[in-house]
Design a protein. Sequence first.
Length: 291
Amino acid sequence: MTMFYDAVILPFLEFAFMQRALAGAVMLSLSAGPVGVFLTLRRMSLTGDAMAHAILPGAATGFLLYGLEIVPMTIGGLVAGIVVALGAGAVARLTVQKEDASMAAFYLISLSLGVLMVSLRGSSVDLMHVLFGTVLALNNDALILIAMVCVLTLGVLAVFWRALVAECMDPLFLRSVSRLGSPVHFIFLGLVVTNLVAGFQALGTLLAVGLMILPAAAARFWTQRVSIMCLVAIGIGIVSSAVGLLLSYHASLPSGPAIILAAGSLYFASILASPRGLLLSRIPRSAHRAA
């Protein structure tokens, strides 16, 4: 029991930077987990990845003008994410190109442009900070931003829950019976962008989408109900964050990648051991055939 306390509990009690990192990661899990569930249900997981890269030029612009300041980089990231989302959507609607191809083109351009912009002024350390984040160095401003995004996301999900679920299941039906079809789609994209910007403060642009998608993808193996799926995704995100931070603390690993790898481990465990995974889902069939 003493060993467990020293290894798991004490680091979070003894060090303020671990407490801030855990608080930020928990709030990100609360907001990004449900958003990731809706992304996976809409088969838009790669769109989330593209949007994570799309915010980089805006964040880089804020960095070039003001350095590593949270507010300018956040505003820049939001603007860039919205511009890329609208631009890719416009190309898909006005030309023969599909939305996935236009989104891929926009995100590749955005990623390259953002890396180039950071490299013009910053050092390799600054570039690593922007790309991979510094969850162990979260300050009060970053925590306030993440908390605001968390409250906003949960509030919007509560108000538009039925419409969001309906659009996932049958978007054409929703548009035929309600005027909320198109507005809900853009509101949801706004939630994706804001959560990616919040995750960017902790995990950087390249890993922010990981805490959004991996817990949601794992949760799909445990239940078919959307509400329960969101709760499971939140739980997996919180556990992954705690485990990743502890691995980072004890093994001197980069904190952001450690969190995402912990989430990835739970994803693979869900593939194998969940009720809808590879092993348990085949037991009734095998038993039935044997009978």
